[in-house]
Each structure stands twice: as structure tokens, then as C-alpha cells.
Design a protein around this ligand. Structure first.
Ligand code: FES
Ligand code: FES
Length: 209
């Protein structure tokens, strides 16, 4: 690279988004810069005038050219909830399940799960595993993250629904019980309910573009 040229990480820092109040949005993380870790995941929403529906996608912000965002709404982790206002259930459940340790991957995990729920509020365990497949975590081993998020699924083999304490699915999608005596970290009835009517609306002005 020529001396004095601006590198891609510099550009990311330079264009780090600002909230309307001028506060830096530092939730989305810059990890690999190559689409491999998911730490930068945000939700991109677009209105489809043909079907008159809004499509939500989790995307790797590090790979997305800004010019592709014409007419799109971008939601970062700050947009869905915070400890200063109110946590979104996606944030609360990963925290209560101890699915966040250093926390570097957490905003990306949260936004992948949030995007999945915007499209499908009643995912299966397979949907959840697929939705998180592009997000890497170096700390947790993934089990606590999936344990937190499987509370959103309503399939019959979901441990939280049939009242059986269990841990991670085995290879064919069934569940294994938690080992004897291991306490549950949280009770499902204490969790914030998922209420899609409380989600951010798509900006109406973008529906005319
Ligand atoms: Fe790793 Fe974007 S920073 S996928
Ligand atoms: Fe540290 Fe996931 S909690 S990388």
C-alpha cells in the first residue's frame, strides 16, 4: 500500500456510525475484517415494493459497501436495547445463560439471533444453530449461547418447553440432559418475553424509495 494511503480498518474507524444524538455506536466490533467471525454483524432491512413486505438480513458489516444500503435501514446492537433503557430478550437471555464472557462476539451473536427472530419468531433449534453459524466465539464454547437462545424455540424437543433441564443438542437435533446436580442458571418464567409488537418499526420514509 502506498505511503499515506488509508487502510480498510482506518475507513471503518473513520466512518464509525453516529446515533442521532452524536453518540458513537461502538457495539459492532471489527474482528477479522474478512467475513469470517461475525463480530461486526448488523441487521439490514429493506422494503420490497413487489411483495409489500420488509425483509431482514443479518450481514457482516465489514464486507458491505455503503453504496448497497440505498433505501435500507441498518440496525446495530444499540438499536434493540441497552442496560440504560431496557434489554431486549435476545440480550437478556445470552447474559443470563452466561453466554457472554469477554463480550467481543456478543453484539454479533445478538444481532444474528435478533435478525432470525424478526423473520421467524418461533424458530426451531436447527434454525437457531444455522442462524448463529457465522458467528465465532473464543470464550464460551457456544453451549451457553445456544442454551440461552434455545429458550426461544417451541419445538417439542426443546428442553425449556417440556420442563426437562437439558443442555446442548446432540448431532441429530435431540437434546441431552444436564448432568446430575447441575443447577439451572435461570428459570424460563423469569425471562423477558419476546414481544414482536415492541420491535423497532421500519422507517416509513424508506418505503417510498
Ligand atoms: Fe469478522 Fe466482519 S469483522 S466478519
Ligand atoms: Fe469472548 Fe465470545 S465471549 S469471544
Amino acid at each position: 500500500m502506498a505511503s499515506g494511503a488509508i487502510s480498510w480498518p482506518d475507513l471503518v474507524v473513520t466512518f464509525m456510525p453516529l446515533a442521532p444524538s452524536g453518540v458513537l455506536l461502538t457495539g459492532s466490533k471489527y474482528g477479522c475484517g474478512g467475513g469470517g467471525c461475525g463480530a461486526c454483524t448488523v441487521m439490514v432491512s429493506k422494503y420490497d415494493p413487489q411483495t409489500k413486505s420488509i425483509n431482514h438480513s443479518s450481514v457482516n458489516a465489514c464486507l458491505l459497501p455503503v453504496c448497497q444500503l440505498h433505501g435500507a435501514a441498518v440496525t446495530t446492537v444499540e438499536g434493540i436495547g441497552s442496560t440504560k433503557t431496557k434489554l431486549h430478550p435476545v440480550q437478556e437471555r445470552v447474559a443470563k445463560a452466561h453466554g457472554s464472557q469477554c463480550g467481543f462476539c456478543t453484539p454479533g451473536m445478538v444481532m444474528s439471533m435478533y435478525s432470525l427472530l424478526r423473520n421467524n419468531p418461533q424458530p426451531t433449534l436447527e434454525d437457531i444453530l444455522e442462524g448463529l453459524a457465522g458467528n465465532l466465539c473464543r470464550c464460551t464454547g457456544y453451549r451457553p449461547i445456544v442454551d440461552g437462545y434455545r429458550t426461544f424455540c417451541e419445538s417439542e424437543n426443546c428442553c425449556q418447553l417440556n420442563g426437562t433441564a437439558c443442555s446442548l443438542a446432540n448431532g441429530n437435533g435431540s437434546v441431552e440432559p444436564i448432568e446430575n446436580g447441575q443447577p439451572e442458571l435461570f428459570r424460563k418464567e423469569d425471562l423477558l418475553p419476546l414481544d414482536p409488537t415492541q420491535d423497532l418499526i421500519f422507517p416509513p420514509e424508506l418505503m417510498r424509495m
